[in-house]
Design a protein around this ligand. Structure first.
Ligand code: SAM
Length: 111
């Protein structure tokens, strides 16, 4: 960040300053769901809607657990709601486990 500050844009979610579908793919790593003890479902939903707005193809979220390694308890509800909006949602196991049980990724595809 110190070397290339021009590559970073600071923002406070659930808002971003980016254009509609400015990126092909957006990755949220080690933030959403991990802090579900202090960020509520409404925050998660609004943030994901914003990430979907700025992505033309896909949003990926990793990991799907909270800080104790427990799967986000409202994940099934979230997946059902996103699917009802016409999005293609997949929960994928990945080979790296940075935190206990933190080896799943949520792919949310617009196309
Ligand atoms: C565990 S860090 C992960 C950061 C980054 N994804 C990474 O892999 O290095 C979580 C970050 O989220 C930031 N954060 C907390 N609330 C936020 C919000 N509403 N909008 C944007 N960032 C936030 C915190 O300041 C912290 O730097």
């Amino acid at each position: 960040m110190r070397k290339h500050p021009e590559r970073y844009v600071a923002t406070i979610l659930p808002e971003t300053p980016f254009e509609y579908e400015q990126f092909n793919m957006v990755l949220s790593a080690h933030f959403l769901f991990m802090y579900s003890d202090r960020l509520d479902y409404d925050f998660h939903k609004k943030t994901i809607q914003e990430l979907l707005r700025v992505a033309s193809e896909e949003v990926r979220i990793f990991p799907l657990t909270d800080l104790t390694g427990t799967r986000y308890d409202l994940l099934d509800r979230l997946i059902l709601e996103l699917e009802a909006e016409g999005l293609r949602v997949t929960e994928v196991k990945v080979p790296h486990e940075f935190m206990r049980n933190g080896n799943s990724l949520l792919g949310i595809r617009k196309i």
